[in-house]
Design a protein. Structure first.
Length: 68
């Protein structure tokens, strides 16, 4: 049984690009970036289940570099 193909209601005009993103397509990555940045700048707020000393030292080192 062949599948039907959907045709465009209006033919595309050559050279015109019309891309519209929903508001959350920009807001969610920006929110995730800001929240991760805040966790890096203040690692005391990030409560981990297990504490790996190497990761803690790395985060402290990055925080020292960023704060200078």
């Amino acid at each position: 049984m062949p599948a039907r193909t959907h045709t465009r209601p209006h033919p595309a005009t050559p050279g015109a690009v019309d891309i519209r993103l929903p508001w959350w397509a920009l807001a969610l990555p920006a929110l995730a970036f800001v929240s991760l940045l805040l966790l890096i700048l203040n690692p005391a707020d990030a409560h981990a289940a297990t504490g790996d000393p190497a990761v803690a030292h790395l985060v402290e080192r990055v925080q020292q570099i960023v704060s200078r």
